[in-house]
Design a protein around this ligand. Sequence first.
Ligand code: ADP
Ligand code: MG
Length: 453
Amino acid sequence: MDLENLWRLVLGEMEQKTSRANFATWLKGSCFLDRRDGVGCVGLPNNFAKEWVQNKYHKDLLGIIRIFDDSVKKLEFVVISEAAEEAHKRAAAAGERTSPNQSQISLEFRVDPETNLNSRYTLNSFVVGSSNELAHAAASAVVQDVGTKYNPFFVYGGVGLGKTHLIQAVGNEILLRYHGTVRPKYVTSERFTNDVVWAIRNKRMEDIKKKYRDVDVLIIDDIQFIGGKEKTEEEFFHTFNALYEHNKQIIISSDRPPQSIPTLEERLRSRFEGGLIVDISYPEYETRVAIIKSKLQQGGRLLSDEVVDLIARRVKKNIRELEGILNKIVFYQDKKQTDISRKVAEEIIDKSIQAFSRPVSDAQVIGAVADFYNIPTTDLIGRCRRKEIVEPRQVTMFLLRDILGLSYPYIGEKMGRDHTTAIHSFEKITVELTKNSNLNQKMFQIRELINKS
Ligand code: ADP
Ligand code: MG
């Protein structure tokens, strides 16, 4: 991948992680100048921005860049031009006001570039209740007996219920317990797929083999996305076997059990079923209260029992959502510097739940665009090169990013295109919307269709 595209992907991810103002002020004007001997060189427009980005975003940037290119082991920051000093001083002032939100609880983001593990996920911070106690016990057992008894270890469950937390925690505990002599590596299946696709294109399959077979514990998140991608499945199967035969531990998460991943190859499925399979279900009330209290404690915050009870009663099916609402409430309380009342907490919850309650799927977005332009879905997501398809396709990619926040590689995959096309489409439509009222009109109607679908 060339430097420019690589940096675009990195910024795309950073954009999701930082506030709009911070992103515009500090990161938008950055560029990626060089990548040599494991050192990546990031250019910033002035010294001020250089210092700031280096201090605040170094770790995040390194963590993300390594998702796309893990030959990068280190980042350096340099000033590319002292020009436009005035503009940057102004931007800097704006940045101070919107500097990282101090009110959020436990959202620190420390990704180890070697293992891709985020140190915030530990078994200790994983609150145990009847919905996840088996999974938790199994995870602890895997830490004791790496690679032998419970291989592979397969965890499944719904969105936001703690799968990523748990499997990363196993990796972190292994690092601690064996003092780094047992080497884990965490990867999302999306990332794994990208690597395989990249390697095939660049004829670098050997690199991939080495990278994934040269670990002691391979942790693959959201395996359901691998299903149906032949080459990737093939490579995964071989990696799996190679590791398995050498008693290396394989840990897998999925949103459903192996037998329900329809496109998963039979031989892979039966391999999964030969290991230890556990599920995580919805947390019951007591666990939800315990989770809220644990997050408050981690952040050194307090909420009244009444408000804790209220949150636990209202938010039942997704711990990520629970955390989001908790953060909002704590943020509000910090801002007002007074204990939040039940009524205000209730209003915040109502608003948040409304926003969450209608999850839109990528299929709905694609379906609505196809409907609107009156073309078959197969044309929209296929290889068809007809001119009439160009706009609908770009609009689809734009909406997948805008509404669902999907990553560019994922969108590319979904649409039978590569990630650069997805990036280009998103940018093209973004610009077009600022000047083309006709397109604006269409976009409005398509969004209506999506909401009604
Ligand atoms: P999934 O991968 O299943 O979608 P995550 O592991 O990303 O879910 O969990 C969503 C959020 O909820 C994370 O911030 C995670 O730390 C938190 N979380 C999930 N389960 C627990 C738990 N049992 N105790 C504490 N925090 C949890
Ligand atoms: Mg997850």
